[in-house]
Design a protein around this ligand. Structure first.
Ligand code: SF4
Ligand code: SF4
Length: 382
């Protein structure tokens, strides 16, 4: 496997002229947008739309990144550019409206379809329904956002493609993977392969640190990254953020599948020279894993140092979103001092630590917490 190329440009804000300059600069080493958009092609943009959220929260890919990509696609000859996603909450059109996308955009926003079972998915992934729109496009351009993630440590280019799995199916697939985060990462790598974006352009201008991917803190990172290889792009993002690649399950799964070579070419500044100071805060300690494999020690270690969701009832609005998303049925609203006299309560035994609840909590009331043993030993605290 030849070394994949990841192109990096500095970009400090979302002023349209500057975004265009940086995107052209980052695409130039890859052959410009013309290398991807053939005349007459139907291009599809896949942003990170987690839920309808204001731009400044940095939950979603910034609209100017999507606009600039769409304009460059059209200038290269694309006959149509469509933008879609299957958010955890809400719809693509509602997310777009909240982000201020409206009339006159260089793309059409559509809600995702109900998907088809992906043929040739293999026995492990039978009944995996993937968006027809995303799989049927002539060209998919992946537009992830640089954010932390409770379960996957980072959400970048590969994780972003999970939006091709429609609606609540996503939570069901979390449930199927259970506590085994590497098994879930293998699924993410598989779905990325089905979507097969020809190009990924990562919005790292303002990223998210802390309790990501939905309730963390926006923080300037000042970069735009592009690559034809989403795994390599994520590996470079990890280097920029100072995160050990071995702690990122999607990178471990890609390496295991032979999709991520040791050597990655970089065009632009050295990743380490872009490392933010102080350190980028993660949603969970980077070296604490959840133990999912066989072995008599796994449940004990899991109880002691595995990660689990913790609810801060002072922030909770008793909306019930966490209950709806939990495929393991590990959360229930019970009588308590919350709104309507109800509070969410987690059944620790039933919880598989998938962190879907943390991802969709609109109040940032759910955090990722390591087990008592890890806290005592201060393992991985950062
Ligand atoms: S999603 Fe968040 S705010 Fe809503 S009930 Fe659950 S913990 Fe509370
Ligand atoms: S309680 Fe949260 S982390 Fe636990 S299984 Fe349910 S959604 Fe996943």
């Amino acid at each position: 496997m030849t070394a994949p190329l990841v192109s990096i440009a500095r970009l400090d804000g979302y002023e349209p002229t500057e975004v265009r300059r940086a995107m052209q600069a980052v695409l130039e080493p890859l052959g410009d947008m013309a290398a991807f958009a053939k005349p007459g092609c139907r291009a599809l943009l896949k942003p990170n739309f987690l839920w309808p959220s204001a731009i400044e929260k940095a939950v979603c890919t910034h609209p100017e990144i999507a606009r600039t990509a769409a304009r460059l696609l059209r200038e290269a000859g694309a006959s149509e550019v469509t933008l879609t996603d299957s958010p955890g909450v809400g719809s693509a059109t509602r997310c777009a409206r909240k982000l201020g996308m409206g009339e006159g955009e260089p793309f059409r926003v559509v809600d995702v379809d109900d998907g088809d079972e992906a043929a040739g998915a293999g026995a492990a992934y039978r009944k995996l329904r993937v968006s027809r729109l995303m799989r049927g496009a002539d060209l998919v351009v992946n537009l992830p956002k640089a954010k932390t993630h409770g379960q996957m440590v980072l959400t970048g280019a590969v994780k972003n493609c999970f939006g091709a799995v429609v609606g609540m199916d996503k939570a069901q697939w979390h449930f199927r993977a259970g506590r085994d985060h590497l098994a879930f990462a293998r699924l993410l790598v598989h779905v990325h392969g089905l979507v097969a974006p020809a190009l990924s352009i990562l919005d790292g201008v303002t990223g998210m640190e802390g309790n990501g991917p939905g309730s963390g803190d926006p923080r300037p990172l000042g970069v735009l990254l592009a690559s034809t290889n989403a795994h390599a792009l994520d590996a470079i993002l990890a280097r920029i953020l100072g995160v050990d690649a071995a702690a990122v399950p999607t990178l471990a799964a890609a390496r295991e599948a032979g999709l991520l070579p040791e050597r990655i070419e970089v065009a632009g500044p050295e990743p380490e020279s872009l490392r933010p100071k102080p350190v980028w805060r993660l949603a969970r300690p980077a070296i604490v894993r959840t133990f999912g494999g066989p072995g008599f020690l796994s449940p004990i270690l899991d109880r002691l140092i595995g990660m689990r969701p913790a609810i801060d009832l002072r922030k909770c609005s008793s909306c019930g979103r966490c209950v709806e998303i939990c495929a393991a049925r590990a959360i229930a609203m019970e009588p308590g001092k919350g709104k309507d006299g109800r509070i969410p309560v987690i059944d620790r035994k039933a919880c598989i630590s998938c962190f879907c609840c943390q991802e969709v909590c609109p109040e940032g009331a759910i955090r990722v917490r390591s087990g008592p043993g890890a806290r005592l030993l201060r393992i991985g605290a950062r």
